[in-house]
Structure formats: structure tokens, C-alpha cells
Design a protein around this ligand. Structure first.
Ligand code: SF4
Length: 379
């Protein structure tokens, strides 16, 4: 563990000598921090005192316990008309590698996973497929809930909701209300990338704008559909743009209290147009991951409860380290993941057994949680 109880004098000394000492002391006093402080944290490379504080904040909330969720991902279609430059997963309409899962296949995968792995959550995400109507999703959610009512449906990003609304010529709020009636429990935070329209114009010009992502999240929260918030960092954004992204989420959270967790993802450039065009060659790497986790815990302290350690794009070793930098949740087993797999990066699924071992290896206790971060079982 990074913080040892008998080194509090040393910890205090390191914090006080830091170039962001004032911010760190305010964080320890549980003050809500603002944009200027967030930017200064990103500009500081004094990572150890920042991490010490983020770890203290995590320990205050969760002690020595780390959670994970036993889940699968259903990437139900790779057909997409949005052509994001950072994505290696999508295929255009009519492409020979395009696929869409049938209703039977969706239900079969959930049933088999429930039987084999005891999953408690299905994470449903796919491309922006203009051929899928609202009934496709309603039928899928109803079928899952009929056969597996105990499995939480964490499904459809804000941009997928927007696509369905356009297909239906309906409003996003109406789509959300209908999906909730069909069994949708919560929304993943995907589609945000960086909530800055200059960044979006470069990496995903056809995707919903920042205010639309925020509006759809607000609508979901108003309907009592909880959600995650994410950030995909490591493309063309600046540190200020990262900080503004975090603050926009914090501002909405102050209003709705609908975000359950924040998940920063590191962009994986392999096989993407961004890499092919020479814009970005490498992923952001471990230092940036740990700094991002630590700053997120400090800024979201008292604002958003949970922070995931991003093993999917950073690997198990870095995710273990992230638990000492402020993360309290290891994320899911993610069985069946295909989006990050398309970049050819690392293994993109873990068994519950491997996650439990990974968490215990570094001295934490493990609790399995459900879709709403409620503890199901301690290991
Ligand atoms: S990230 Fe999503 S919306 Fe963008 S191209 Fe890939 S599948 Fe489509």
C-alpha cells in the first residue's frame, strides 16, 4: 500500500513541499475543488504527493476493500455510420465483416453466461446502426429480463440513444423512457470521449456534441436511470481540455446525482485511422493513467462515489497500481468484449477468479458488487 500509517509525518512533509500543496490540503479537508485547481493538478508532475492524497481519500471511503462486477459485454452490432477516427471496431453498412446479433443470440449469450459464470450485469454497446429500430432494443431487454431478472442491464451509450431517436424521429427522452420500461437499468458513459467540441471535430466529427451527451445524461438521470461517466484520453486533447471535461461532469453531478462512477479510458491507437494518419502513434501510458486516476479521485471526492481502475486498456498490472492511486473498483470481467479487442491490444476478458487474485495479490480485500455497486459477496 502506498500510504503506511506510521509514515504520516513523511506524508505531511511531501504534501507540504508539493507545488500543489494548497490544493492537496483543501482536498484532505474535503473542500470541493474547481477548474483552476484541476488544471494545476494536470500541469503538476508531483505525482507522489497527489497519489498519497488520492489514496487517503479512497481509504476514507472504502478502507481496504476493492470491488468488481461479474459481467459480459454484448457488442450487439459493429455496423456504424459515425466512423470515429479512434475506432477500429466499426464496419460500414453492407461491409462483408458487418454483423448484428439476433434476438435469440443475445438472449442465449446472457443465459449461457449466467449459467457458466454467474454474471450479474450485461453491458450492452454497439455501433450506430441505422437499420435497428427501438423495438429491437425493447425486445432484447424484455427477453433478458424475462429469463434473467436478476441480471442488470447496463446498456447503450448516449450516442446510441441519440441514433435510436433519429431512426424513430422521436426524442431522446422518449427513447430513454421506453427503454427503461423494457428493462434498462443504467447507462454506460461511453460516447463522451472528451467533452470539448474542438476535440470531437478532430476525432469523431459525426458524433453527438458535448452538450448533447450532457443533455442525454441529464434526461436519463431525471428518469431515475443512473449512469457512469467516462473519459477517453490520450488523443489530441490538452490538459486544460481534460480538466474541463472533468468539471462538466462534476457540474452535472451536482445537479442530478445520477453518476455512479467515473471511468477514464486510455485511447488505444492500434489499427485506428488516428494512427494511420500519423496523428497519434502511442497510447498515453502508465504515468498518465495513474495521474488521471489520482486527479479524478481528488476532484470527484464527495461528488462521484466510484472510480474504476481501467484494466481493459491498461492491463492488470497498471490496474493494480491504480488501486493505490485512488481507484476503488476493478471494473468487470468483460467476457465477450470486441471493441478494444479490434485494436489487437491485450487480452480483453478476465475471469472473476483472475480479478479476485489480482486484487488480493496487492493486499486488498475483494467484494463482488452488482450493477448498482451494492456488495453481493465478500471474498
Ligand atoms: S466508437 Fe462507436 S460510434 Fe464511433 S465508429 Fe466506433 S462504433 Fe461507431
Amino acid at each position: 500500500m502506498l500510504i503506511l500509517h506510521n509514515t504520516s509525518g513523511l506524508v505531511h512533509h511531501l504534501i507540504t513541499k508539493s507545488d500543489v500543496a494548497d490544493i492537496l490540503h483543501n482536498a484532505l479537508d474535503s473542500h470541493i475543488l474547481g477548474l483552476d485547481e484541476c488544471i494545476r493538478l494536470f500541469k503538476s508532475n508531483d505525482i507522489y504527493p497527489i497519489a498519497m492524497v488520492s489514496n487517503i481519500l479512497r481509504q476514507r471511503l472504502y478502507g481496504n476493500t476493492v470491488t468488481f462486477v461479474n459481467n459480459i459485454i454484448l457488442n450487439y452490432t459493429n455496423v456504424c455510420i459515425t466512423y470515429c477516427k479512434f475506432c477500429a471496431f466499426y464496419r460500414p453498412v453492407g461491409h462483408e465483416e458487418a454483423y448484428t446479433l439476433s434476438l435469440d443470440e443475445i438472449v442465449r449469450r446472457v443465459l449461457v453466461s449466467r449459467e457458466m459464470f454467474g454474471i450479474t450485469q450485461v453491458l450492452i454497446q454497439g455501433g450506430h446502426n441505422p437499420n435497428l429500430k427501438l423495438e429491437f432494443y425493447e425486445d432484447a431487454f424484455k427477453a433478458i429480463k424475462t429469463r434473467c431478472p436478476e441480471v442488470g442491464i447496463h446498456g447503450l451509450s448516449a450516442s446510441e440513444i441519440d441514433t435510436i431517436a433519429k431512426v424513430e424521429r422521436s426524442s431522446t427522452k422518449e427513447v430513454l423512457a421506453r427503454l427503461k420500461s423494457a428493462g434498462l437499468d443504467s447507462l454506460p458513459g461511453a460516447g463522451a470521449e472528451i467533452l470539448d467540441d474542438d476535440v470531437k471535430a478532430e476525432i469523431s466529427p459525426l458524433k453527438i456534441k458535448s452538450h448533447e451527451w450532457l443533455r442525454i445524461m441529464e434526461e436519463a438521470h431525471e428518469l431515475d436511470i443512473k449512469s457512469s461517466a467516462t473519459m477517453m484520453y490520450g488523443t489530441v486533447e490538452t490538459e486544460e481540455q481534460r480538466a474541463r471535461h472533468i468539471m462538466k461532469i462534476a457540474e452535472l453531478q451536482e445537479k442530478t446525482r445520477g453518476f455512479m462512477a467515473f471511468i477514464p479510458w486510455s485511447f488505444e491507437p492500434n489499427k485506428t485511422r488516428i494512427q494511420a494518419e500519423g496523428l497519434i502513434r502511442y497510447s498515453a501510458g502508465g504515468f498518465n493513467l495513474l495521474k488521471m486516476i489520482a486527479i479524478s479521485r481528488i476532484i470527484f471526492n464527495g461528488v462521484i462515489d466510484h472510480l474504476q481502475s481501467s484494466w481493459l486498456t491498461n492491463g492488470i498490472g497498471m490496474a493494480q497500481l491504480a488501486l493505490n492511486y485512488g481507484a476503488d473498483d476493478f471494473g468487470g470481467t468483460l467476457i465477450g468484449e470486441e471493441v478494444v479487442t479490434a485494436t489487437g491490444s491485450r487480452s480483453t476478458e478476465l475471469s472473476a477468479h483472475k480479478i479476485i487474485d489480482a486484487i488480493k495479490q496487492i493486499g486488498f480485500e475483494v467484494a463482488e458488487r452488482d450493477n448498482f455497486y451494492q456488495t453481493i459477496k465478500n471474498y
